[in-house]
Ligand binder design. Structure first.
Ligand SMILES: Nc1nc2c(c(=O)[nH]1)N[C@H]1C(S)=C(S)[C@@H](COP(=O)(O)O)O[C@H]1N2
Ligand SMILES: [Mo]
Length: 321
């Protein structure tokens, strides 16, 4: 299957993503890159072996509470106008400071275009994605209608890697993957939340999964030793659909001081940030918090990842020599 995939060419997007502004990338060693490479992108799978889907045998069905159900082949999807967009995807199981988050450039067909073609009934409150492997994930139909959500066929300029859902998956800005990002997608079903719950819901996870505003310190690493003097503290912060407005850093429980934000790509992606610290010898605690476009600032209340995502400030310890 990898042979077939490697020979495929995605069409040039009818709506390309804007080029990243040059000041979206802070050139700081150790800082997370603005775009996450496919090979570095985190993976979450319930399937024990990765589905190997032959795109010639595969199809995508849109059905359920719709006026005009239909089925598309991979060739049909390639022939439709594609949109390119940068969307940060995060896992609900990401611990504060964790790595289960990434920011690729996706390419695909707007989910809304498929729903408009199908004619969704008023009572269809839930859009449930079904995978060839039996996985399901559901989210409010109105989120799909707001636009931004994609049936993604491409990731960073190439067909989706098998590990990330080839030939097609859903990507929905602002929602954790467990309620939205169905890989190896085979059915888009318009239904209700009462009729059927997605895979993770009866296993103790919240029915709705908006991504919480989060920030992470990448530089320095926790328990690093650094030299006294000017030392950048840098990382990324994300609040998909709301955008990041401010990032602040606190040293040893002192006052919150504003970090410098790199330019943003759009409200759906993470933003790099840096704070120039005048490091003095000794042991120090560094904490970060972000404020989003709704004017909300990250709470310092620590909650576990279940049922709806971790909260709290990422905090690290460093030694200054
Ligand atoms: N078919 C299928 N799709 C899935 C999953 C899965 O286990 N199976 N995991 C979901 C979860 S929990 C997340 S966070 C994202 C992760 O996508 P990735 O593996 O490409 O990072 O995919 C979602 N889609
Ligand atoms: Mo996840």
């Amino acid at each position: 299957m990898e042979e077939i995939r490697r020979l495929l060419r995605l069409p040039p997007p009818a709506t390309p993503a804007p080029a990243a502004p040059p000041d979206a990338n802070l050139a700081i060693p150790g800082l997370t890159p603005l775009y996450t490479a496919n090979d570095d992108f985190y993976r979450i799978d319930t399937a024990l072996s990765i589905p190997q889907v032959d795109p010639e045998q595969w199809s995508l069905e849109v059905r359920g509470l719709v006026n005009r159900p239909f089925t598309l082949t991979y060739a049909d999807l390639l022939a439709m106008p594609h949109v390119e967009s940068d969307i940060t995807l995060a896992c609900v199981s990401n611990e504060v400071g964790g790595n289960l988050v990434g920011n690729p450039r996706w390419q695909g067909v707007p989910l809304r275009a498929l729903l408009e073609r199908a004619g969704v009934h008023d009572g269809a409150t839930q859009l449930l994605g079904r995978s060839v492997d039996g996985f399901t994930a559901g989210f409010p139909t109105e989120v799909a209608m707001e636009g931004g959500a994609l049936v993604a066929l491409g990731m960073n300029g190439e067909p989706l890697p098998a590990l990330h859902g080839f030939p097609a998956r859903l990507v929905v800005p602002g929602l954790y993957g467990y309620v939205s990002a169905t890989k190896w997608l085979s059915v888009i079903e318009l239904t209700t939340f009462e009729a059927e719950a997605g895979y993770w819901i009866p296993r103790g996870w919240a029915r709705e999964g908006p991504i919480k505003t989060q920030s992470r310190i990448d530089v320095p690493r926790s328990r690093d030793s650094v030299a006294a003097g000017r030392q950048p503290i840098a990382g990324v912060a994300w609040a998909p659909t709301r955008g990041i407005e401010m990032v602040e850093v606190s040293i040893d429980g002192g006052p919150w001081r504003e970090a410098r934000l790199a330019a943003g790509l759009n409200v759906d992606t993470w933003r790099q940030w840096v704070y120039e610290w005048d490091a003095t010898p000794g042991s120090h605690t560094i904490a970060v918090r972000a404020s989003d476009g709704s004017g909300d600032t990250q709470t310092d209340v620590r909650t576990p990842v279940a049922p709806d995502g971790a909260s709290g400030h990422h905090t690290i310890e460093v030694r200054v020599e």
